[in-house]
Structure formats: structure tokens, C-alpha cells
Design a protein around this ligand. Structure first.
Ligand SMILES: N[C@@H](CCC(=O)N[C@@H](CS)C(=O)NCC(=O)O)C(=O)O
Length: 357
């Protein structure tokens, strides 16, 4: 008797310090996927591994996360399995949610429950989509905010210390790929070369400013002073643009989770995004929600303040957290209530075990 060969595994390409790869990593934990169901494959963004032709064949945007899944309708074992690559966070999280229901544990060693994370009603679905859209909008882009996290000399110096080595390695990797391709017998497409060159230019523009990051402005020549001035202007704009995103989010989040007391897909995006924004504002994984919101408000500056309109006791009760001793009149920002709820979850503790990223 021949037994059916097991389905090939899916592969999640991720990087452990990536914002958006953290959303599917949280999904794997929340859905109780077993290690036999998804292979984790790390792509080192800090050395430009995402730009290699091998990775570009998987995801031509050169971003993580990517989920490569076997197509299930290859019934004939003689036919090699075919795969498709899902290349954006929203689609990956939705796919992971759909692919494991409480009844579909047949191919897994995991016996963990797999609650549905999809919004249950059309109204919830609309709120969920609005939240996810805001988090992935240009104004909310957590990666852009990281590159723009220097609005004065002191911040720029700190940013330069952490980012310069990564950007140098990225430029070196791109230079090497461009150079090796010139010598190669079989060359990559012109589109790929142009993509590398474009990325090289974009990276070196920021690197130009960070190279001098430790120098006071008074020590710079006129050209470098000009570039720093432009950068400060763009950085101020980027952080000012975040205010609107935060205000909109506060209106949409029902609390303490995005859609109320049940975790849903939007929370996985919100958790990953908030962790990065909190880190940029000097927050730490051990901070409570009110501390994170205070640090964020101070970091944004300009007397920015999020509405404090959510009952702390109510938020904690809904999240299943102890709520005694909390005066019924105490209020907090919805993002603070969300932070307190999400950071108690085993999935969050696992993904952020080494700190915020
Ligand atoms: N729209 C994409 C964006 C993904 C994205 O920006 N990923 C970042 C890491 S969080 C990345 O891979 N950046 C490439 C780089 O740093 O070179 C998605 O939602 O998946």
C-alpha cells in the first residue's frame, strides 16, 4: 500500500528585526501552527541578502515577509509540486488565518486551537481594513519613520550610530551585485540592474547625511550643511504626518483590541507597527501602555496628545487582565490599552523576546 506523500511545507521568508515580518510571525503563534507546517527562512536585510538574484526570483520587490506556499492541486505525485509566492503582509496574514481552522489539523503535529482571526461582520471588516490601510500608508510607514528619526543634532548622532553600518553594508552589497553582474556570462535582466541602481541611489542619499551624523552642524561644509538642513525638514514633516495617523487610529480602534475584546487580523499589524513606533520613540518592551504613549507624545513633540477616552478598568476586563483597584473613572489612550493587552500574549512575548524592533 502506498501512502500519500506529505504536502510540501510552506516557507516564510522573514528577518528578525523587520517590522512587517513580525505580523505573520505573530499569526503563526496565534494560529498555533506547528513547526512541521511552515519553514522559517531568514533573509538578512542588514547585509542586503534581499537583493540577491535568488531572493528576487522569490519576491521581485526585495521585501520581507514573503510566504511561499505549495499549490495543493498537484494530485499526481509524478508532477513536481508547484508553488506560489505571497508577497505582502496583509495577504500573508489573511492566508495564514484562512489556512488553519479549528477543523484543519490533519497535517500538523500541533494541537493548539486555531481561532479565526477574520472580522466577523461587514462593519468589523471595514474597520479592520481602515486600520490596516492606515498602518501601511505612506504617512504611517514605520520604516520611513526609522530612516527619518533624526530631527535634531542629538537624534541624528544616535541614528547614525545605529543605522550607518547597516546602510554601508547595503550599499556594498548592491555595488557588489552590480559589479559581479557586469563580469557575469549570464546577466540579470535590465529591470533588475535598474532596480539595484535605484536602491543604491536612495540608500546613499540617506547615508550621505548619516556619514557626518556625529559632527555638529557648525563643523560641516556648506554642501553638507545644506543636505542636513533638507534632511531635518523631511524628518520633521515625516513625524508631523504621523500625528494624523495616530488620531485616525484612535478613532478606529474599538479597544482594547482593534475590534473590541477579540484578537483579530488588524491587531497583528497594529502590534508590529506599534512596537516599531514605540522603539523609535525610546520605548521598551517592558513599558506599560501609558508609558509608551507618553514617550510617543513627547517624541512627536509640539504638545501632541492622544485622546484619553478609554476606561482602563473596562480595557483590562475585556482583555482578561486583572482590573481590581483601578478606579472606574481612570481613562487612557486606546493605543495604551491595546499595548497593555497585546504585550501579555505569549505570541507577542515570543516575537519581542529580544526587545522591540
Ligand atoms: N508592502 C510590503 C512592505 C514590506 C516591507 O517594507 N518590508 C521591509 C522590512 S519591514 C523590507 O523588506 N525592506 C527591504 C529593505 O530594507 O531593504 C508588505 O506589506 O509586505
Amino acid at each position: 500500500m502506498t501512502s500519500t506523500p506529505p504536502l510540501p511545507k510552506a516557507s516564510l521568508y522573514y528577518y528578525n528585526k523587520s517590522v512587517w515580518a513580525s505580523a505573520p510571525l505573530l499569526a503563526l503563534e496565534e494560529k498555533g501552527y506547528g513547526a512541521d507546517e511552515v519553514d522559517l527562512k531568514e533573509v538578512d536585510l542588514s547585509t542586503g541578502e534581499n537583493f540577491t538574484p535568488a531572493y528576487l526570483r522569490i519576491n521581485n520587490n526585495a521585501t520581507v515577509p514573503t510566504l511561499v506556499v505549495p499549490l495543493q492541486n498537484t494530485l499526481d505525485p509524478e508532477i513536481e509540486s508547484r508553488y506560489k509566492a505571497i508577497k505582502d503582509t496583509k495577504a500573508i496574514v489573511e492566508f495564514l488565518d484562512r489556512s488553519r481552522s479549528p477543523q484543519s489539523r490533519t497535517h500538523s503535529t500541533s494541537s493548539a486551537p486555531a481561532p479565526s482571526l477574520a472580522p466577523a461582520t461587514i462593519a468589523f471588516s471595514s474597520t479592520s481594513n481602515k486600520i490596516i490601510e492606515l498602518l501601511h500608508s505612506e504617512a504611517g510607514d514605520p520604516n520611513a519613520l526609522m530612516f527619518m528619526n533624526g530631527r535634531n543634532e542629538e537624534q541624528l548622532k544616535k541614528l547614525s550610530e545605529s543605522l550607518k553600518p547597516i546602510l554601508v553594508a547595503k550599499c556594498d552589497a548592491l555595488d557588489q551585485l552590480i559589479e559581479e553582474n557586469k563580469q557575469a556570462e549570464v546577466k540579470v535582466s535590465e529591470k533588475t540592474t535598474r532596480f539595484w541602481e535605484m536602491k543604491r541611489v536612495a540608500t546613499s542619499m540617506i547615508l550621505d547625511v548619516l556619514e557626518d551624523g556625529e559632527k555638529p552642524t557648525s563643523d560641516l561644509d556648506d554642501q553638507a550643511k545644506g543636505k542636513r538642513g533638507e534632511y531635518f525638514k523631511a524628518a520633521a514633516q515625516a513625524w508631523a504626518g504621523l500625528k494624523d495617523v495616530l488620531v485616525q487610529l484612535s478613532k478606529e480602534i474599538i479597544g482594547p483590541y482593534a475590534l473590541g475584546d477579540q484578537l483579530s487580523i488588524a491587531d497583528l499589524h497594529l502590534a508590529a507597527w506599534t512596537a516599531r513606533i514605540a522603539m523609535l520613540a525610546g520605548g521598551e518592551a517592558s513599558d506599560d501602555g501609558n508609558t509608551v504613549v507618553r514617550k510617543l507624545e513627547e517624541h512627536i513633540g509640539d504638545s501632541f496628545s492622544l485622546p484619553k477616552d478609554f476606561s482602563v478598568a473596562e480595557a483590562r476586563r475585556r482583555a482578561g487582565l486583572p482590573a481590581s483597584n483601578i478606579p472606574p473613572t481612570e481613562r487612557q489612550a486606546r493605543l495604551a490599552a491595546f499595548w497593555d493587552a497585546i504585550k501579555e500574549r505569549p505570541s507577542w512575548k515570543k516575537v519581542y523576546a529580544d526587545g522591540l524592533h
